[in-house]
Write a protein that binds this ligand. Structure first.
Ligand code: ATP
Ligand code: MG
Length: 412
């Protein structure tokens, strides 16, 4: 893509009411637009980052047997009334609206109820199980406070996967496979070292649920961490009994702030009972389906990655999520050569953002840094004479002169 074709521009300042560093940087760099508190549009560069995060998650969810689909954002109240969660006292983040005829609707805060109801059309016998539908979907939640930029939106992207199993053993096995897939996701996103599977409250059907918590000074959660053993406990379930069960001592734990990036839950029959989702087993007996839910927050992850990998000059995307791999800067009257290099890189599968503007080199370099593209490649009259380009990684920032074939060796 060429910068002259991009409608977004970088700016010096973020809106004065934006207090979160992730949103300040992403707005200044033109990745997102703030519609109102907790509500952000994804602009072309931001959409590419979001898509990269989503694609990594998709590959891992497909890997455990997930079936991608897309449920509706407008939800009928009926299944929520069956589960008891239509009540604003029970679920306090509802956005509700009405049809012209007065019928009340909900704007999807999550999808357990409508999905459980829908699956009654498809699950009848043990032969129909297990199944693992999932989706990437915008959720709506009337969050009380929304001051963390993309990390706590009132409208945000969620990956929600649900498991429908015949037995507890079948459920447990799948639960473990999702844990492995989540570990892969966080490793691929560059957050692996800082993300811990964390004991959290479990609800009626399991003693614990598991959250995936990424250490961050701006995290809203408090977690007790045994770094060597990789054991983490959310403060909500932190007690002597659990410490004993895990064979660890208080003195070995650090109290840390963290961001909940994912959440996996054994639901048992919490939804299949009230919504009457049953199957007939091999003996002809009717049984409730055992369910689980597995959430991940692509929006929150994007905010967290932006915040975590940034420095005084701007964003520093890990390669796997960066909107482009290379920021190509042309200096002076070298359009022919710059276009040829752009074509050569793109034909080798490298995603390039080519700064073809008639701008000072300093302004182009500053934008390359603010945008956080992993590698800057500079071409100028002088470099062309030496048959070289200048190669500058965003991390470290040390420039080197390379031939084009050396460059391709480095980045492909
Ligand atoms: P929290 O405890 O932070 O409010 P939650 O427990 O309500 O989150 P879930 O309902 O489990 O979250 O949602 C699954 C995932 O969706 C979370 O792990 C998180 O990554 C993401 N998520 C939840 N709420 C938000 C939000 N308001 N903005 C952005 N992402 C969110
Ligand atoms: Mg939570």
């Amino acid at each position: 893509m060429k910068v002259t074709q991009l409608f977004t521009k970088t700016t010096k300042n973020a809106p004065t009411d934006e207090v979160a560093k992730n949103a300040q940087l992403l707005i200044r760099a033109g990745y997102i637009h703030k519609e109102m508190a907790g509500v952000y549009a994804y602009l072309p560069l931001g959409k590419r980052v979001l898509n990269n995060i989503i694609q990594i998650i998709r590959e891992e969810m497909d890997g455990v047997g997930g079936n991608e689909m897309s449920m509706t954002a407008l939800q009928s109240s009926e299944p929520w009334k069956s589960s008891g969660r239509w009540d604003d006292q029970v679920l306090d983040v509802w956005f509700k609206t009405k049809l012209a005829n007065g019928t009340e609707l909900g704007l999807a805060p999550t999808h357990e109820e409508p999905l459980t109801k829908m699956m009654k059309n498809f699950i009848h016998s043990y032969k129909d199980l297990p199944v693992y539908p999932y989706q990437f979907q915008i959720k709506f939640r009337n969050e009380l406070r929304s001051k963390s930029g993309l990390m706590r939106g009132r409208e945000f992207w969620m990956k929600d996967l649900y498991s429908f199993s015949r037995t507890q053993e079948e459920h447990d096995e799948f639960y473990e496979s999702v844990c492995e897939a989540y570990t892969n996701v966080f490793n691929r996103l560059g957050l692996g070292e800082n993300t811990f599977k964390t004991f959290a409250s479990g609800g009626t059907f399991a003693k614990y649920s598991h959250e995936y918590q990424t250490l961050s000074p701006v995290g809203e959660d408090t977690v007790y961490l045994h770094r060597e053993k990789g054991i983490a406990i959310n403060e909500e379930v932190y007690n002597d009994e659990l410490l004993e069960e895990l064979g660890i001592e208080k003195s070995q734990l650090e109290e840390v702030k963290a961001v909940e990036v994912g959440n996996i839950f054994t639901l048992g029959t919490k939804f299949s009972d009230p919504l009457d989702l049953k199957f007939t087993d091999q003996n002809g007996d009717s049984k409730p389906v055992i369910m689980g839910s597995y959430g991940l927050g692509p929006s929150r992850l994007m905010g967290l990655i932006a915040e975590h990998f940034s420095d005084g000059r701007g964003l520093v995307w890990p390669e796997n999520v960066a909107p482009f791999k290379v920021y190509l800067v042309s200096i002076g009257d070298v359009a022919t050569e710059a276009n040829a290099l752009y074509d050569e890189l793109t034909s080798n599968g490298v995603e390039v953002l080519y700064d073809d503007r008639d701008e000072r080199p300093g302004a182009k370099f500053a934008d390359a840094e603010l945008l956080g593209i992993p590698y800057r490649v500079t071409i100028s009259q002088r470099l062309i004479a030496d048959q070289k380009i200048e190669f500058t990684p965003r991390v470290g920032g040390e420039s080197e002169l390379l031939t084009v074939s050396d460059l391709l060796g480095r980045i492909t």
